[in-house]
Design a protein around this ligand. Structure first.
Ligand code: CA
Length: 390
């Protein structure tokens, strides 16, 4: 048999098998080499261009996109690449502390948007003590192309504010009751506060749509604990997604030098930072904590050492657009400049594939659109939204 021109011989082997056995061979080909084939067949299509440090992406039911720009703007983009002026608000859209890693961050559309027209975003809120990540809510009003934000209000503010340009998080995800999970960073200088429950530093919080505290939150009624808390011991979460089948909260988290993590974040649990971590101090490489496991500490399902990938947005593949990928978790990465796809078996990560590294983009967010395609957001002063066709 003539050998293939590729090391693995997949294309020729697959082509011959397909000719010989028809549909059955497609299943065989998928089992043997689907990931490599599919990766080659991804076709990145730039849908929106010229965004300034785009950070968060959320789809409206009509397929248009809400996109944030870190300096402090929210725009609407359509499938033709047309981008609206920054949305104005009543009262005004809250001022953003655009410093370092902090600024206008994530954006999310209420699960019942068709009824209530509510949108939410996270941002670095300036104030006494420095800045802190906050959540704002507004109602999107107006006809297509003439939208504005009404009844704008801040429904949550991270406490305490700190003088920091680092580790603002953040992401928003919804649980099945329509409550918001929000990932909050440790502000770099506040890492020891991640282990105490009397603050919002290095935490996931869970709040209702109006900012109130759900009665079934895990820390409600615990002496000295903030009732908004869902989990603690986090460093800097920039990826959150609710599992489409179980409803569990999955998160990606930045480590320091190594130690980036993927976790399932259960209510009331301690995720270790900084006492249990695979990450090490920048430069010196000295230990920060112990590697674990340790009683009372949740260990990550996946971690990266010794080099960080710097994980950003996180999404589950729920559509049938990508054969073999349904149920996978995809995460954008900044440092690794790739889209990482993790194959899952329940709560186990059973495979890792790096995609799109040839594009050389820092990937800030990834979402699945209502059309079933994955969309990535690239970082930078000429940021893009790219649809991944195949
Ligand atoms: Ca951890």
């Amino acid at each position: 048999m003539k050998t293939s021109s590729t090391p693995l011989g997949l294309p020729i082997a697959r082509a011959r098998a397909s000719l010989a056995f028809g549909a059955a061979s497609v299943a065989l080909g998928l089992a043997l080499g689907a990931t490599a084939v599919a990766a080659r067949e991804l076709k990145p299509v730039a849908v929106v261009k010229g965004l300034v440090n785009p950070w968060g992406l959320a789809f409206l039911p009509d397929g248009r996109m809400l996109v944030t720009e870190k300096p402090g703007r929210i725009r609407i983009a359509d499938a033709q690449g047309r981008v609206s002026p920054p949305l104005a608000g009543t009262p005004t859209v809250p001022a953003v502390a655009n410093v370092g890693q902090c600024g206008m961050l994530d954006i999310a559309v209420d699960p019942k948007f068709a009824d209530n027209r509510l949108v939410y975003w996270t941002f670095a809120e300036p104030g006494a003590g420095g800045n802190g990540t906050a959540v704002a809510r507004a109602r999107l009003e107006g006809t297509v192309g003439q939208e504005r934000l009404a009844d704008v209000r801040v429904i949550f503010s991270q406490q305490p504010k700190m003088e920091s340009r680092l580790h603002c998080g953040s992401r928003i995800a919804f649980d099945r009751q329509g409550h918001l999970w929000v990932g909050l960073g440790d502000r770099f200088g506040g890492k020891d506060s991640a282990q105490t429950t009397d603050n919002h530093i290095g935490k996931v919080v869970r709040i209702a749509s109006d900012g109130s505290v759900p009665a079934d939150n895990p820390f409600v009624g615990r002496s000295g604990a903030r009732p908004e808390l869902w989990s603690y011991g986090h460093r800097n979460i920039q990826g959150l997604a609710a599992h489409p089948v179980t409803g569990d909260l999955w998160a990606s988290e930045h480590g320091p030098q190594g130690g980036d993590e993927v976790n399932v974040v259960d209510g009331g649990r301690n995720y270790g930072w900084p006492v249990v971590t695979y990450g090490r101090n920048y430069g010196t490489g000295t230990a920060i904590g112990e590697e674990g496991p340790k009683p009372g500490i949740e260990m990550p399902l996946k971690h990266w050492v010794p080099v960080s990938v710097a994980p950003s947005g996180l999404a589950f593949v729920t559509s049938d657009r990508y054969p073999g990928w349904k149920g996978s978790l995809v995460l954008g990465t900044l440092r690794a400049q790739a889209l990482i796809r993790l194959s899952l078996d329940g709560r186990r990560v059973v495979g890792e594939q790096r995609l799109l590294a040839e594009l050389g983009h820092r990937i800030r967010d990834v979402r699945e659109g209502p059309d079933g395609w994955l969309y990535i957001v690239t970082d930078g002063s000429e940021g893009q939204v790219i649809r991944l066709e195949r």
